[in-house]
Design a protein around this ligand. Structure first.
Ligand code: GLU
Ligand code: ZN
Length: 295
């Protein structure tokens, strides 16, 4: 059986509602998949129950529906995949590719987020400890379809990173690699805030012998004060009764040359036009909030 030529996905985290930046990422991922005649999957990244906002999962699904972004097949929830994550962590521990870390937050202060390898050879028991993946002292690079070449030295810029937290929760980096591969994802289209996670994901893919997807990181939307538009910044949730004007704004943010006569079209017409005219080479590398409003 031939593998499908294109499988894309949108993978929201229910720690908040979708905002304009999420719409830009979801729309780009949807259009890139549909324009290629591919499948577009939806995965709920509900790995962190304490940070989940009650009702956010349902709100995300109904927002996508009201914006006309229909996904293929069944929604996948990461909370249903704990068995797979646990088995992988176990295997990595047994192979000596991962190890237990008992460093406290306080001990890691002053490390600027780069783990210094304190517990690498300590032989701590995995219970009640974080599990870290050993990274090679190498740099990992890829060519992003919008951002161009991106390179990061895992040893110097990241260090051994957490794949299971001390509280037992699995890390995004681990789950995303396993699930993208399991779902057969060929193309990852997402926000540029994840650009600097990609080299960690490339390393995990290599380690596990998994195929590397193509990557396209859409620009983050920067507020006039330089803050990115994101959950931490309390950007407003997407209103479900404003789908058409916000799709128009999102298409413009993605550099797509929507004709003036479609400015007041309904979501199905907007999306149909956008699928048939999708041009990823027009996506800008960066954007300010003003640029998404003034054109
Ligand atoms: N769940 C991540 C987020 O909402 C996105 C993960 C991904 O697209 O790789 O930021
Ligand atoms: Zn440690």
């Amino acid at each position: 059986m031939n593998a499908p030529a294109y499988i894309g996905r949108f993978a929201p985290t229910p720690s908040g509602y979708l905002h304009f930046g999420s719409l830009v990422a979801a729309l780009a991922s949807y259009l890139d998949a549909r324009a290629a005649g591919g499948r577009w999957l939806l995965r709920m990244e509900d790995l962190d129950p304490p940070r989940e906002v009650p009702g956010a999962q349902d709100a995300i699904l109904s927002t996508l529906a009201s914006y006309g972004l229909e996904w293929d097949g069944q929604l996948l929830r990461q909370s249903d995949r704990h068995g797979e994550y646990a088995a992988l962590v176990e295997r990595l521990l047994q192979q000596g590719l991962a190890y237990a870390c008992t460093c406290s937050r306080k001990q890691l202060e002053g490390c600027h987020g780069i783990y210094p390898g304190t517990c690498r050879d300590a032989g701590h028991a995995p219970q009640n400890a974080a599990i870290r993946l050993r990274v090679p002292n190498l740099s990992y690079a890829f060519i992003d379809r919008v951002q161009g070449e991106y390179r990061q030295h895992l040893g110097r810029e990241v260090g051994d990173f957490v794949i299971r937290r001390r509280d037992g929760l699995y890390a995004y980096q681990l789950a995303v690699v396993l699930d993208d591969a399991w779902q057969g994802v060929t193309d990852v289209v997402r926000g540029a805030d994840l650009l600097d996670s990609t080299p960690r994901q490339l390393y995990l893919q290599k380690l596990l012998g998994l195929a590397q997807p193509r990557y396209l990181h859409v620009p983050l939307i920067i507020q006039p004060d330089g803050h990115k538009l994101g959950k931490s910044y309390r950007s407003p949730p997407l209103p479900s009764d404003q789908a058409a004007p916000l799709l128009v704004r999102a298409l413009r943010a993605l550099g797509q040359a929507l004709p003036g006569e479609l400015e007041h079209a309904r979501p199905p017409e907007l999306l149909a036009w956008a699928v048939s005219h999708w041009d990823a080479s027009r996506i800008p590398r960066s954007l300010t909030l003003a640029e998404t409003q003034l054109r």
